[in-house]
Every structure is written in C-alpha cells, then in structure tokens.
Design a binder for this molecule. Structure first.
Ligand code: BGC
Length: 736
C-alpha cells in the first residue's frame, strides 16, 4: 500500500512543478488541503464556480472539465450501492441501468446488532464497492429517528434512540471516509414520516431537536468529521430544510463546525437566493434532468406534490450574483467546501493519476459476502422462545412446515432509493433446506399471498392447505411481514398490523400445531398481540439483505446464537404511540418523549421493550462498580460490570447503560441510553465490561439558557439487558 502511494505522490508532485517549482499547487498532494482548495478556487471562472453548485444528471456533480477537476459520482444508499442511472427509461449512454452490489441488512437491522464495529465493516465494503464501480459519494447513512412505527422509511435508520443511532452513524462514516469515499449523513432534519414528506412543516421545539433528532448529525460532524450532509424535503419550524439558515448555517456550521458540503435531497429546493444564502452548497439532481424527473414522479400515486428543484442552475444563479442578491463570497464559500472535500477524500489526486491500479477488492467478493452474512446473523432478534423450542433439535423434530408469503421470498430491504440489486438473494426456505438436508423433512405451503402479489389459489384453499400441512408436521415456521412494495419510501405503512390476512394465517397454523414459530420481515414494529400468546417462538428478522435465508437458518438451527436487541419499542397498539399526520403541519407535541422515553413516562407496557432480545444461553450481571475518574469534579464515571454466561452455549450479550436524573428542574426521561457494549462469552465465562460516562452523558438541553447543561446532583445508573430488564443499579453524584 505504502509502496504504491509514494511513487504516485511523487509523480503528481513532478507533474505539478513548473520551472519555478510550484506551478499548480492544487495538484500537489504535499501541500495543505486549504491551500490547494484556495489555489484551485482562484483559477475558476464565475461560470465554472456557479456550475459546481448544481448537479449534472441524476447522480453526478459538474466538475471542471477545463482543468480536469473530476465530477463527484454518487450512488445510493445506506446499505449497498444502488444503480445510479435515473429511474426513468433507459440509462444515459455509458451508464448501466442495473448495477450489482452486495446487499446488506437494512439500517434498522444493523441497529439491532448494537455492534458499531460491524457497521464499520459494512461501510468499508460499501466504500470498496463504490470505488470499484467508479463512484465516490454514497448517499447514506440514514440517521432519522423512528418517531412513529408507521414511518415507511424506519427500516433505513437505526431506530428510536439518539445515542444508539449516533454510535452507528459515527462508525459508518469513519469507516467509509477511511476508504476515501464521501458518506452523506441524511436527512437533515426531522424527516420522520413519508406522508406529505415533500411539503410538511414539522413544528418541533429546540430542546426536542437537540436531544432527539439532531444528536446523530452532531456526532457525525463533531466526532466523525463527516464530509457531506443531505438536507431533507420537509420544512422545519416554517422553513424548508434545504433553505433553513438556522439548521445549515447556524447549527451545522457555526455551532458544530461542519467543514464539508450540504447536498439537497433530490428535488427538494424551492428557491435560488434564499437556498444559497441559507447555506446550501449543491443542488441535486441536475437541473438538466429535473423536467424528466418531474414527469416521472407525476405517475406515482398522488403525483408526489411538492417535488421541486432546478433552482441552482448556472443562469439563475448568475442573475442573482450580478444583482448582488447572492454575493460572490457566498458562492466562493460553497465552492470552497466542495473543493475541500474533493481534496480531503483524495478524489482529485486519484483522478490526476488515472493509471493508478484500483486498490479495491472489487464487488461482491467472498470476503464481502461473509460480512453481509455476519451482519445478517447479528441483526436477528429472538423475541420469544418458550419451552426452548429453538434452536431446532433434529433429535426431536423430524418434519418441518414452512408456511407464509416470506418463506420462498427473501425480503432484501424496504422499498425506494436504498434498494440494492445483489447477484443473488438467499431465500429463508432455501437456507433451511440446505441446512436440513438429510436430517429433516421440509415441506412448504404459501398460506396467504402477500398483498399485491399473485394468489395462486383461492384464499380459503391456501389457508386450509397451510393448516393441514402444519397438522402433519412436528413443527411449523410461519414467515410473515411486509414486502418492499408495502414498506418503503414515498408512503407510510397503513397500520401496525401485518398485512394480507397474515394474522389469521398465524392463528390458523398455531391452532393446528402448538410448535409454531413466527419469523417476521419488517422494518419497524408490528402488532403481535393477536397471536403472540398462541405461539411459543417469535423471531424478528427485519430485512436482512442478500444473506437473509442463510442467516435465518443459522439462527433457527443454532449455528449462530441470536444476539440482536430491539432498536425500537414494539407497542401493543397504535393508541400507545404516534402516527404520521396527513395535514400540512405536524407538531411534535410529545417533545423529547419518543420511543421508550414515552412508554416509560406514561408507564405503558410495550409488547416488547427497546433493547429486548433473547439468546439460547443466559447471562448473569454482577459486581457493578461506578468509579468517578475525576472525583473532585465528578466529570467522568467508569461503569464496570461483570457479565457471566450461565448457560451451555457460547453467545453474545449487549450490556446497556441508562441514566436517570434523580432531581431535575426540567422534566427528564425516566431513563436514557448512554452507553452499551456487546460482549461475547463462552459457556461459563465471565468478563468485566467497562464503559465510560462523561459529563455529556448527564447533559440535557436547557431551553431557558438555550444551551446544553448538566445539573449537578445524583444520577441513577441502570445497567440491564433491555430498557425493561434492569439488572443492576448504582448511584453517581455529579458535582458542580
Ligand atoms: C431520497 C434520498 C436519496 C435520493 C437519491 C431521495 O428521494 O430521499 O434518500 O438519496 O432520493 O436517490
């Protein structure tokens, strides 16, 4: 690696030196980025600068062809490289319509791993594939909070908790940037429903923004130094997110110190001068494809009112620059931000030496697939396992009935811009057949067709066939949930319940066979109350990417001991939660009480709590220690806890640390997640797990002083296996 880099640097250096040594400082990788950016900036004509502020085509920026400055080539999305051709008619010449890449589990599934290191491995693979496919910006991660279980895009994000989401985001971003690929943390901000997403005004108070909806973006900027941020479609407190000076200039740049560029979500701009002046740097997609895009979107149900764009086109900008409504300095500032990242990411240097051999492993290699499988394994959450029916025991079980619309279909991911096209997509039924070969007899019945999919026989026949099969079998596994058509971008889910009569199917099968296990594909909670008490086993399998079928078999057979934990609360009913609002405005009246913060505050029992997830082994917690590192100021406390695997199988536990402020001047949640750690333990093994809480862990946003503050006093430190399974409790005092 080193050997390769040095000659390249030397070659660029030589190429950039004229008679007096430094003819083209911007080409010289030895010179500091800021100077290179400044040097390049001053060489650009006004027209070239203005062009940089808008895209060219669906997934590319402009670049500066005269100087050989490359365009930024983008691709969706958070969980794998998606085809970058415009989703209308044939691709542009030379651009493939379909791109194959590794499909990872959905964001919510990655959230369920509680394993930031694994997210880093995933992001590294996505970055490698981006480079191999000639892309250098990835439109992800999605870090919007799951405010309502019905949000169509919950599957893309990491769940309902800002701390868990932040840890995953930081890991993803750092790993991708380490490969020289630009991640794009999105959608900034308060983009929490699809209903009227292009026009809705989100009324949300500052404390709620600061504590719930912004922390992951803030961590992305302050901790990971993220290179790009994507603004959202909606309005926040009356101003479009794409032209929101408070969000873009004030919070993102002045307060957090963001140095990269803001890119608009696709067709989310509504003006020229206000957008540029508010701090937008790059409008996407290019004005040249806006008419075609608008045309395409007309055909979507409801016509998608509110999609707009094409405002930062060069000629429109020029008029306003000439009339002084946009200053030259403002334009320069945006250009500088884009150039800065072109240098930092290495995009310019890579383009200056096109003969450099690709240092990327390629696309969908065995090693990359192995990471996709590991991610899928660790994503699965075992919600219920009575009588230890799982893992399947071939000594006791000989015939297994696979039933349901998701058995012979691998639900890769939710619908919309994050959809990836892998080389193969492993079905649960195939995963199980492969694993059971020669040991178990496997039979299949559809039971019910997924809504919108072909029904091969009358519903009553399908149901009867499934129940009969279950009766004849030792055990039945019902594969239910959603499809990408029913859960995805552009629409919210209609209800918490499973679609297409799947509740009836589960009940019919459970009546026929008491050994019934339900496996769910969903990107968000589902209503399990109609049948949860009738079945001994429930597995949440989210959308697991291309390795879904293998991972489900791994868990059902115990080749992988499940370790996933819910990153979202499963409510018993929508009456216990919040629904998307079909109105011009939504007010986040619940404030900071989102997810388990809401259930705790109202003392509502969820169907399954945040942080819940079972294992085939058991873990004991003991010996809690709280060690203030700087006792005088009480600024940092190290939490130590001994975790022991008390069962007979190796497994992994996610130790969760919540804090509770004992006395407060402004209402605070009953508990807030502030640290967690996944620990792998052999049978009988104990490990001491240590995690650090710093002063920031005790912080809240004080609306009176308009800043973050920590109130000195006592804090409970709650250590547990879920938000409702607190095993140990300690007290910690924060001093002035
Ligand atoms: C989505 C973004 C996506 C973009 C480009 C938009 O509709 O909201 O998340 O990156 O399209 O596909």
């Amino acid at each position: 690696m080193r050997l390769l880099v040095l000659p390249v640097a030397a070659a660029i250096l030589l190429a950039s030196c004229g008679e007096n040594g430094i003819r083209d400082p911007w080409k010289n990788p030895k010179i500091a980025v800021e100077r290179r950016a400044e040097d390049l900036l001053r060489r650009l004509t006004t027209e070239e600068k203005l062009d940089l502020l808008s895209g060219d085509g669906f997934m590319s920026s402009h670049g500066v062809p005269r100087l050989g400055v490359p365009a930024i080539k983008m691709a969706d999305g958070p969980v794998g490289i998606r085809t970058w051709a415009m989703p209308v008619s044939p691709a542009r010449p030379g651009e493939p319509q379909t791109v194959h890449a590794t499909a990872f589990p959905a964001g919510i599934a990655m959230g369920a791993t509680w394993n930031p290191d694994l997210v880093a491995q995933e992001a590294q693979v996505i970055a490698q594939e981006a480079l191999a496919l000639g892309r250098n910006q990835v439109l992800g991660p999605t870090v919007n909070i799951a405010r309502t279980p019905l949000w169509g895009r919950n599957f893309e994000g990491y769940g309902e908790d800002p701390w868990l989401t932040s840890r995953m985001a930081v890991s993803y971003i750092e790993a991708m940037q380490a490969e020289g690929v630009i991640p794009t943390v999105k959608h900034f901000a308060a983009n929490n429903q699809e209903t009227r997403r292009n026009t809705i005004n989100v009324q949300v108070d500052q404390r709620t923004l600061e504590e719930i909806y912004l922390p992951a973006f803030r961590a992305a900027v302050e901790e990971a130094g993220v290179w790009s941020v994507m603004s959202s479609y909606n309005k926040v407190n009356g101003a479009w997110a794409a032209e929101n000076p408070n969000l873009l200039n004030e919070i993102l740049r002045k307060r957090w110190g963001f140095k990269g560029y803001v890119v608009s979500d696709w067709a989310s701009t509504h003006s020229t001068a206000p957008t540029v002046n508010a701090g937008m740097d790059l409008e996407m997609p290019g004005p040249n494809v806006m008419p075609a895009l608008k045309d395409l979107l007309k055909n979507f149900p409801g016509g998608n009112p509110g999609f707009d764009g094409g405002y930062l086109e060069r000629s429109k900008l020029k008029v306003l620059v000439d009339s002084g409504q946009i200053t030259k300095e403002t334009v320069d500032e945006s250009v500088r931000r884009i150039l800065r990242i072109l240098f930092i990411s290495g995009i310019i240097d890579r383009s200056l030496t096109p003969e450099t051999p690709k240092e990327t492993p390629g696309v969908d290699t065995p090693a990359q697939r192995a990471i996709a499988r590991k991610a899928a394994d660790q994503s699965i959450v075992l919600l219920k396992n009575e009588r230890n029916l799982l893992p399947l025991d071939p000594q006791k079980i000989h015939t297994v009935a696979l039933i349901g619309p998701n058995a012979e279909f691998n639900r890769l991911g939710g619908g919309g811009s994050s959809a990836v096209n892998p080389d193969y997509s492993w079905k649960p039924a195939d995963g199980i057949r492969e694993r059971a070969a020669g040991k178990l007899q496997i039979n299949y019945a559809l039971g019910v067709a997924m809504e919108g999919e072909k029904e091969p026989a009358p519903a009553a026949n399908l149901l009867k066939e499934a129940a009969d099969l279950a009766t004849r079998s030792d055990l039945a596994i019902v594969f239910v949930g959603f499809s990408a058509a029913l859960e995805g971008e552009m629409a919210d889910r209609k209800s918490l319940s499973l679609p297409a009569g799947q509740d009836d199917l589960i009940q019919a099968v459970a009546r026929a066979n008491k050994n019934t296990i339900v496996v769910i594909n969903s990107g968000s909670p589902v209503d399990v109350t109609k049948w949860a008490s009738q079945v001994p086993g429930i597995v949440e399998a989210w959308y697991l990417g291309q390795e879904g079928g293998h991972a489900i078999a791994d868990v059902l057979f115990g080749d992988y001991n499940p370790s996933g934990k819910l990153p979202v609360t499963f409510p018993k009913s929508m009456a216990d939660s919040f629904a998307p609002v079909d109105a011009p405005e939504v007010e986040y009246k619940e404030g900071i009480f989102v997810g388990y913060r809401h259930f705790d505050r109202k003392n509502i029992e969820p169907a399954f709590p945040f942080g819940h997830g079972l294992s085939y082994t058991t873990f004991a917690y003991s010996d809690l220690t709280l060690t203030p590192v700087s006792p005088r100021y009480g600024q940092t406390v190290t939490v130590g806890v001994k975790v022991t695997n008390t069962g007979s199988r190796a497994g992994a536990e996610v130790v969760q640390v919540y804090i509770h402020d004992v006395k407060f001047s402004v209402e605070r949640p009953v508990k807030e997640l502030k640290a967690f750690q996944r620990v792998e333990l052999k049978p009988g093994e104990s490990k001491l797990v240590t995690m650090t809480l710093d002063r920031h862990s005790m912080w809240f946003y004080d609306p009176l002083v308009k800043d973050w503050a920590a109130e000195p006093g006592e804090f409970d430190v709650l250590v547990g296996a879920s938000s409702r399974d607190i095993r140990l409790k300690g007290l910690f005092t924060l001093y002035e």
